[in-house]
Design a protein around this ligand. Sequence first.
Ligand SMILES: Nc1nc2c(ncn2[C@@H]2O[C@H](COP(=O)(O)OP(=O)(O)O)[C@@H](O)[C@H]2O)c(=O)[nH]1
Ligand SMILES: [Mg+2]
Length: 426
Amino acid sequence: MVPCLLYVHDISISVVSCLLHLFARRTFHLKLPMPRLSIIVPTYCEAENLPSLTQRIFVALRDQAYDFEMIVVDDNSPDNTQEVCRQLATEYPLRLLVRKTERGLSSAVIAGMNVAKGEILLCMDADLSHPPESVPELVAALENPQIDFVIGSRYVPGGSTEDGWGLFRWLNSKIATLMARPLTSTSDPMAGFFCLRRDTYHAARQLNPIGYKIGLELLVKCGCRNIAEVPICFANRLHGSSKLSLREQLNYVRHLRRLYRFRFGWLARCVEFLMVGFSGAFIDLGSLSLLLKAIPFEWARPVAILTAMTWNFFLNRAFTFAGARHDSILRQYLGFVSACAMGAVANWGVSVGLMKTVSLLKDTPLTAAAAGVVVGAVFNFLLCSCFVFRYKTAPCTTVELSSTGSPELRVSVKSTSAASQSGKNV
Ligand SMILES: Nc1nc2c(ncn2[C@@H]2O[C@H](COP(=O)(O)OP(=O)(O)O)[C@@H](O)[C@H]2O)c(=O)[nH]1
Ligand SMILES: [Mg+2]
């Protein structure tokens, strides 16, 4: 009962504060001070790190000409992160959002950005891996109107990672960066230390983050072209342990697929379809060699082809055309087999046609066959996209940006003396 009352109390403070703010601005044309910078810090069990982080941010920004606010977005941590925030808010301009029904770094950052008041939105980890002393430099980089995104980078000259990373973590980061190369040429797209203008953020289309790489998501979805990288020394976390799990690494692969689809559209889907087809060739040959041990070639060949086709069907249904799973599986399977058969006929027709009509290809049947394979695959892909796997709606679900934040967010006000003295959430 008491927590419930406190909850209602917190919300009412927020609402009243917002209404007063609006009233004052609209009625008296008052220009109330809005912070220029909002620092969004996602947290899960960071009670030990938050005091040093807040204090170092404050010292780093003390002499800057602009105001700032710090928004901690906590996913209901079982340690006393929230209590620590309440304490800190009595001294510093800190707001706390507690999410009780959701978990995840990326969605936490989005929730924070949605309620941020600053013109510039900056995101950083709570564990002091990202040096607070570099915040002014990141913000200053945005003074150049040409720049639309700034990254605190480990991999530009002058940047570094603290010792003790080990080969595995280093390789992990490098491979992940390489996988994102078709999306961006920045040296450190994995960074969680970045800033952008509020307007750029609100221009984002279809924010749909999964996993940890919210910086990459924003970079791509906000259409950022001119990116500045500020070298930073990435420190090992001060207290506690990383929440980056194997599951998050798999989420990264899923996230990349979505981003590729967003950036490259049907071309990305086509590449996926070809990769599935490529894997099917191995299944075909592998099952053929197994079957040959038991049955003659005339029987083994069609069974192997059907096995490969079935394999391709299920992979395409699960991944390439995942959004079309609502349709009957039998109808799709029969459609897929028919599309493959037509693709094979197109393949055959083009190879034989080229061999017969292009004199240059008469002596190079493999080249004619390769042309047939390409045409057959494209034909097959088009049939699958247009007729076999039909989408009801857009292929990926989207999260629309809101300027007010999600309704389940517990939004509390800045460190007004009334709130802080009564020890309520801030
Ligand atoms: N709100 C929220 N924050 C998270 C979550 N997981 C991690 N964080 C925060 O995100 C930041 C980076 O996480 P961390 O575990 O240090 O990841 P690492 O730096 O990749 O090892 C830290 O401030 C974490 O407290 C989560 O599920 N929800
Ligand atoms: Mg960390």
